[in-house]
Every structure is written in C-alpha cells, then in structure tokens.
Design a binder for this molecule. Sequence first.
Ligand code: PMP
Length: 475
Amino acid sequence: MSDDHTRERAAPTPGNSPAAKDVRYLLHPYTNAVKHAERGPLIMERGKGVWVTDDAGKRYIEGMAGLWCTSLGFGEERLIEAAVRQMRDLPYYHLFAHKSHNPAIELAERLIEMAPHSADGPMDKVFYGNSGSEANDTAIKLIWYYNNARGRPEKRKILSRIQGYHGVTVATASLTGLPANHKDFNLPIADILHTGSPHHYFQAEEGESEEDFATRRAEELDQMIEAEGPETVAAMFAEPVMGAGGVIVPPATYFEKIQKVLKKHDVLLLADEVICGFGRTGNMFGCETFGIKPDMVSVAKALSSAYLPISATMISKEIADTVAANSGKIGTFGHGYTYSGHPVAAAVAVETLKIYEERDMIGHVRTVAPAMQNGLRERFAGHPLVGEVRGVGLIGAVQLVADKETREPFEAAQGVALKCADFAHEHGLVVRPLPGDAVAFSPPLVISEEEIDEMLDRFARALDDTAAWLAKAAA
Ligand code: PMP
C-alpha cells in the first residue's frame, strides 16, 4: 500500500493518530462507514462509576451503560480481582465431552436459583454462550432439536415482533424485527414470522385503550398462528421491554393475553432478558415486572456487568429432559462454543451476581428509578419536540416527533435523534438514538439520584440545541 493511498483513506485525521488508524483499519458495527470516514471515531479511554473519559480528557455520563450492559459502572475492583484470580488459577477450560470447572458450575446454580419460573416450575438447565445473539441462536436450535425429538419436525416456525431485537447472527437477525438488520443481508431466513409491535403510542387506533390494543395484538397473534397452522409454529421470542427497537413498554394486560394465545396453540415462549435481566426494570427480571412465565430465558450483558462476554440460555425441565434424552439417542448434543462458560467470564459473572445480592441492587434501582422516570416526564413531556416519554425502572426513552398533536414522526433522513445524541455528547452525556427517533436512557444501575439529575440537565441542553438546529434548518 503506497503512502499516498494510506493518507487518502485516513481522512479526516492525517498521520498515524489512533483516530486515523481507526478509520483506516476498522469496520465498525452499526455505523455508517461513509460518515465515519468523514467524522472519525470518538475514542474512550477510561471509566469510573457512571463516568467515561475520552482521549481528549473530556468526561461524559454514560447514560446507556455502554450498550445497556455495564450495570455496576466502570472500575469495579471486585470484578477486576475476580478475573485476575481466575486467570491465575485456570484461564481457560471448556465444557465439552464431560469436562467442567467450578466457575461454570457455581454460576449455573446461581442462575437456576434466581431465574424466572415457567408455568411448570423453575428453569432446569443452563447453556452458556458469549453474547445475547448466541444465547438466542442456541435457543432456536434447542427448540428445533426439541420438536424433532418429539416427532414433530414441522413445528419449527419462530415468531417475534416487529421492532423486537434478538441479535445479529443469521437466525437471530432474522428474528430481529428491524429493517436495517435484514436489508441486503438476504434475511430473514425461512420459518420466521413477525407479529405486530406493542407500541401503543404509535400503533393504537384513535381512542383505543392500552387494554383494547393489547387484546387486538393478541387476536392478531392468534389469527397468524391459525393461518400458519399451529402444528407449524414452535415458539415466540419476546423482550419484556423492547430495548433497541425503541424502549417499548408493553401495554397493560399485553403479556397476559399473549401468553394465553401461545398456550392454546402449544407455542413455547422465550423471554429475551438480555437487557431487562438483573434489575433493569426494578425487579430481578422483566418477567417479574410483567407477569411472564417463559419456557426459556436468555441473559447476557448485566450477567457480568459486561466486564467479560458471557451469556446463558435457560430452559424448562420439559425441554431439558427431552433434549437430554435425544442426545442419548443421537450420541451427543452436537452444539457448543469453544468459549461456552469460559471460566474467567463465568467467575466475573458469579462475582457480579454476588454484588447484586450484597448491595441490594434491586432495592437501589427501586429507590433511584423515580428520579429518572419522573424527571424524564416532568422535564421533557411538555417539550415541543417530545411526543412521548416512556420507560420503567432504569430504562427509558424520549420520543421525538415532528408534530406533537398528530404524532407525525420526523423524516428518517433528517436523523433528528442522532443529532440530539451528538448534541448530548457535546454536553458530556452519552445517550443512544434509536430507530424512529427515540433517544434511549439506560444508565448503569449504580447511578445515584444526583447523577440522574445531572444526566437530565445535560439532556435538557441537548434537546434545546436540537430544537434550535431544527428551527434554523426550517428558516
Ligand atoms: N437480545 C436483546 C434484547 C438485546 O438487546 C441484544 C443486544 N442489544 C441482543 C439480544 C443481542 O446481544 P449481543 O449484542 O450480545 O449479541
């Protein structure tokens, strides 16, 4: 590669700065690569508590806990020490072919003890992965394996919801109900069905109550399963609160009605607790907040406070027993990742769960959540750009709209939420723009009321800057 060529691609930052090298060498996840070459990266260097510091020394409140995940904030020494200890003792071992190690065993026991229950009792077995995508991908394979074992191979279609987010592997991106995850990837694959999103604000009909809207969504689900043939529909995946699709809190009675339909047709329910799990909604799991009795549960992110990658798929006794018997018949359960239950990640996860318990993290979330939920509503619901403020516990979103009365959204091409997030960055706050121009908040669970106030102060400035920017563009 000639020097000239290198320079040309390293815009906007010439030379060998980290920013220039970033642009030259990295393909970023979820990033417009053309824009990235123009604007370059925001490089973070360190973090402490809810604060992160970039390479210019500027401090930000991490209003998103990274990607909804660093629940205990940055610089938690106990997690660092747990990793170092495990690195010394046994930095790697696997779980294939009857091998095991104590961190994986201890974590599995803790997870089963705390996990949401199915209608028939507690979860029975844990299978480890490294990401939320892998946990859900594993779940899809388990569902197929289970139904094949039960002699009903045609029962294989998997349902999810428009705006749902379940990952980016070939199968889980297919379940994810967002256009950007399908376009030009040859997705979704076959046997995936998408049913309507539970977003009352945008999708309810004129005057339709939350309950009536929930009834309508459940009836649509029932009709879809009937039309496909219940003998072909295996499972539904659902996040208790939809995260990346817009922080959509289910309308009253929604899960009660959805679960009735699934039960009627013998369709399994997987609760995707990748964001909601471990306190985010004010209970240990979103399932508790919304009365969900799942057959399978996936967790990741806050499982290790994101200090190391680890995820888990938990399954009911009925599924576990059937899968186990089938592995006996075939000779093995032919699935597993090199790093399934990686001992260092598992040790950090065990320590994370201990900290949640010792510090009563749920109690803390319940204490501080009103400052965020009420603060967001009191301060921003009346703002001319804000159509809806929604959320529960320490997850929330401010919905930006072009017209408050008619609920008309902005043109996607305007990138209003993205601009708002950029202004927030200028004011030292990291928030996340979501598709459909919502701005999400999901701070570390350890955030204090004072830090929540500071977060909202900074967001207020960003929102006013956004209004001024829009007014200027319209002038
Ligand atoms: N499920 C949900 C609900 C998620 O929010 C995410 C990630 N944001 C995933 C699955 C996928 O997790 P990962 O990015 O770790 O693969």
